[in-house]
Design a protein around this ligand. Structure first.
Ligand code: ACO
Length: 322
């Protein structure tokens, strides 16, 4: 049967860094409060004129280079983003043009912080179906552009960045637990009032800003993420002991530690990058995955469990072998 395999990963963070102290000069907060409640030390901010598609393209180029696959082989781009360049066309088509691709298909997926896992599930399904052969799965955001910089409850939490993975289909007759193995993605539209943007094309005609009841989101996050991971444990018969690396969405160190503990994943298997770039929404999982690979921790053959939760609510978990 056809199966997809991750051939390479890449990441990109804008040059400009905003520290907790920098934000403390803007709103009533402190480095101590932010680190203690979230684990965040700094975040990157896109330069003026630097677009989500620029960030996505840089991440994609780095993933292609790592994979040793020329762009001419890519026939699918699935880009997860909440902060597109324009209302339309899809930002993925801007990436397609910037990469010099003239064939294949490119489109965006919107599941906020869970976006990368939704994009991965989408691309994996299409590759397995035989619709395409080589996919770029990207998560990229200029999230700082939808922040209310006077709201200390949200502006300290997010940053800009992008990450990518190259997926390639192969006819596979070997072990079931190879390549991209399984996904559980879920949403619950009744909880949208706890985390949303108060604007949009058809509602206000404005872009709007992020609004969140952080405390209530926090409580739902651990429960929802754990249920998605449990679904993967149930489906595969695996447990936390079998996982080599846990690559969670990087929103808050307390959430990812809470999930790891609940799901019996040892602390030393948890990849944590939130201190470096805060919550980059759809970009955080591929950025963390890329860090795990390039730091030499995650190696070919390692079994990786990933999870995310975001606005919608949307949440999910994925299991794959490098
Ligand atoms: N600096 C200082 N004080 C602050 C700040 C800040 N940046 N933000 C809020 N506070 C204050 C509040 O006003 C409140 O003060 P009060 O008691 O006088 O009213 C106090 O801190 C406690 O506020 P809580 O919201 O109860 O604090 P909590 O411990 O829940 O931490 C936080 C807040 C960090 C936002 C936490 O709830 C959280 O991380 N939630 C998850 C949100 C998240 O990660 N969302 C991202 C998208 S979804 C996802 O990716 C999982």
């Amino acid at each position: 049967a056809r199966r997809s395999f991750i051939r390479g990963t890449g990441g990109y963070l804008p040059e400009k860094v905003l520290t907790n102290d920098d934000i403390s000069a803007m709103v009533d907060t402190s480095d101590e409060w932010i680190q203690e409640r979230t684990g965040i030390k700094r975040r990157h901010v896109a330069a003026e004129g630097e677009l989500t598609s620029d960030i996505a393209t840089a991440a994609a180029r780095s993933a292609l280079e790592a994979a040793g696959i020329p762009v001419s082989e890519v026939d699918l781009i699935v880009l997860a983003t909440t902060t597109p360049d324009q209302t339309f066309p899809a930002t993925a088509t801007a990436v397609q043009a910037k990469l010099g691709m003239t064939g294949g298909a490119a489109f965006d997926v919107q599941a906020v912080c869970s976006g990368f896992l939704f994009a991965l599930a989408t691309a994996d399904s299409m590759l397995r179906q035989g619709l395409f052969n080589t996919a770029l799965v990207i998560g990229a955001e200029t999230f700082t552009r939808i922040l209310d910089w006077s709201d200390r409850g949200t502006c300290v939490l997010f940053g800009d960045g992008g990450g990518a993975a190259v997926l390639q289909a192969e006819d596979w007759t070997g072990d079931e637990l190879a390549g991209v193995i399984t996904h559980h993605i879920r949403t619950d539209g009744t909880k949208s009032d706890l985390l949303y943007v108060d604007g949009g094309v058809s509602s206000t005609g404005t872009i709007g800003h992020v609004r969140m009841e952080g405390n209530r989101v926090f409580r739902h996050a651990v429960t929802n993420i754990s249920s998605a991971i449990q679904a993967i444990y149930d489906e595969t018969g695996l447990t936390g002991n079998d996982i080599d690396w846990f690559v969670p969405h990087q929103a808050n160190k307390r959430i990812l530690d809470g999930v790891a503990k609940k799901m019996n994943i040892a602390e030393e298997k948890v990849i944590v990058t939130v201190q470096e770039h805060a919550n980059t929404s759809a970009a955080s999982i591929p950025l963390a995955l890329n860090h795990a690979v390039r730091s030499g921790r995650a190696k070919p053959g390692d079994l990786i469990l990933s999870e995310a939760m975001g606005g919608g609510f949307s949440w999910g978990a994925s299991l794959f072998r490098l």
